[in-house]
Design a protein around this ligand. Structure first.
Ligand code: SAH
Ligand code: SF4
Ligand code: F3S
Length: 471
């Protein structure tokens, strides 16, 4: 990647945005008084979760408070995903439901942003279909959110801002919740897997400066954050175009910061280096967890997907990772029903899943995306076959997950307690180093603590544990 494609938002532009946020604050203090609420609905991947935390940061600068109840909100944001058709349809349904709220409160500011909006022509189409959507912006314009809110508050009917130039903006305020934080290390993707919309809506790959990332990690450590997830669509190509920067070097330095746990995602099998695995194995704080999407176990399909590795190469990486870290937790993404996938191709995927023994797998039915190469292939697979294949794949993976969880029973692990378990009163939930979620009983609030537990029982998606008496 050349330097020209890495468009940094200047400090002056950022200062301007902070001024807009202050102007919005003053305006709204007069108009609404000090009580005003925002509600954000986030769809898609961790990248979007991280973006929503930045939007929340700006909104709190503007004097809004968060509410989980959208009927109370003065401002609602839909941060969208378009990776599959099912996501887009669900989001359209949810935006449609907001119409009733808008009719009761015409001052309600409805914003739609994120990947769906970044698609060509999508913003216009959306505002035509849902005229109550007043603010629309793409993934590259997030940094200018305060300006858009200022525009609609000062009388402009709508604000729409979709630009093609990918940006890297530092100093956007962030609202984080919980004991784990996200830090984006690179934006965009240059891989153009033939099925995938992400490179079109997130732009060309661009990495943040290593010094900025490390400063952020130190600040998080000082704020008491215990776990950080380093984010990127392809973290293994971090640092391309920046002298002296590479993902293994970043990991090595991140390990020195002293945050209890560091995880990262997503890795790409064509780019992950042996050096990254060695740094993981030799580190103190880099978790032994690797999310390594395989997508298919058939070389013909992998070629058609433009993934640029073979099933054999993938299994070699798995073997190398396990040799260095026998306790590693491997997870993956798999697509079934890619154009041209035969029963034999699909069986090769099942074979690979048996050989790799993933802790868990995210499984998807192929969904054609407008503008991508695979959408134009003429050997599309029927909905019925996709469904039948995904059912078989999930059944196999469930069996393997159960076996992995069973093997954990009786072992001692350290859990970073993230908070009370969602559906089990009296219990806390957290993850062990390899990423598996553990529920365990505790009389005291252990949120944010590293708790030694013995695993006592395997469940479908989680395991149960018991706090070990302190030695
Ligand atoms: N950058 C990551 C993740 C990208 S999106 C990676 O390279 O793996 C997350 C997952 O969604 C992908 O790994 C893929 O399995 C799935 N996905 C992407 N496009 C899809 C499509 N058109 N249909 C079905 N699944 C898709
Ligand atoms: Fe999409 Fe492939 Fe990039 Fe992942 S690596 S975001 S699947 S194009
Ligand atoms: Fe979806 Fe955009 Fe993530 S399309 S998966 S939210 S990068």
């Amino acid at each position: 990647m050349s330097e020209q494609t890495r468009v940094a938002v200047s400090q002056q532009q950022m200062r301007q945005q902070h001024q807009y946020a202050q102007m919005v604050r003053t305006l709204l203090d007069q108009k609404l008084g000090p009580q005003r609420y925002y509600h954000i609905r986030t769809y898609g991947c961790q990248m979007n979760v991280n973006d929503s935390q930045k939007l929340a940061g700006y909104l709190e600068q503007m004097g809004y408070q968060q509410t989980g109840d959208e009927t109370r909100a003065d401002l609602i944001v839909f941060n969208t995903c378009c990776v599959r058709d099912s996501a887009e349809r669900r989001i359209h349904g949810h935006i449609g439901q907001i119409k009733a709220l808008y009719e009761q409160n015409p001052d309600l500011i409805v914003c739609v942003c994120g990947c769906m909006v970044q698609q060509e022509g999508a913003a216009q189409a959306l505002q035509q279909r849902f005229p109550f959507v007043r603010v629309c912006f793409g993934t590259h314009n997030l940094y200018a959110f305060p300006q858009m809110i200022f525009q609609v508050l000062s009388g402009q009917k709508r604000a729409r801002s979709i630009i093609d130039a990918p940006t890297v903006a530092e100093d956007v305020p962030v609202v984080r919740d919980g004991v784990c934080a996200y830090t984006t290390i690179m934006y965009g993707c240059d891989n153009f897997c033939s099925y995938c919309i992400v490179p079109y809506v997130r732009g060309r790959e661009r990495s943040r400066d290593m010094a900025q990332i490390l400063d952020e990690l130190r600040a998080l450590r000082d704020q008491g954050v215990h776990e950080v997830m380093l984010l990127g669509q392809n973290v293994d190509s971090y640092g391309k175009g920046i002298d002296g920067a590479s993902f293994d070097k970043l990991l090595e330095q991140a390990d020195q910061v002293g945050i209890d746990r560091i995880r990262f995602m997503t890795s790409h099998p064509k780019d992950i280096s042996g050096r990254v695995l060695e740094v993981m194995a030799n580190s103190r704080h880099i978790c032994h967890q690797l999310h390594l999407p395989v997508q298919s176990g058939s070389d013909a399909i992998l070629t058609a997907m433009n993934r640029r590795y073979s099933a054999q190469r993938y299994l070699q990486i798995v073997q190398q990772a396990r040799a260095l870290m026998p306790d590693i937790g491997l997870t993956t993404d798999i697509i079934v029903g890619f154009p041209g996938e035969t029963e034999a191709d699909f069986e090769q995927t099942l074979d690979l899943v048996r050989a790799a023994r993933f802790d868990s797998a995210f499984t998807f039915k192929y969904s054609p995306r407008r503008g991508t190469k695979a959408a134009q292939m003429d050997n599309q697979i029927s909905a019925q076959v996709k469904k039948e294949r995904i059912v078989r794949l999930i059944a196999l993976q469930d069996e393997i997950t159960a076996g992995v969880h069973q093997q954990l029973v009786g072992t001692r692990q350290v859990v970073l307690a993230e908070g009370p378990a969602a559906r089990s009163p009296g219990q806390y939930a957290g993850r062990i180093d390899r990423g598996v979620t553990v529920n365990f009983k505790s009389q005291t609030d252990v949120t944010g603590q590293l708790v030694p537990v013995e695993i006592t029982q395997a469940k479908r998606n989680t395991v149960m544990g018991q706090i070990c008496p302190q030695a």
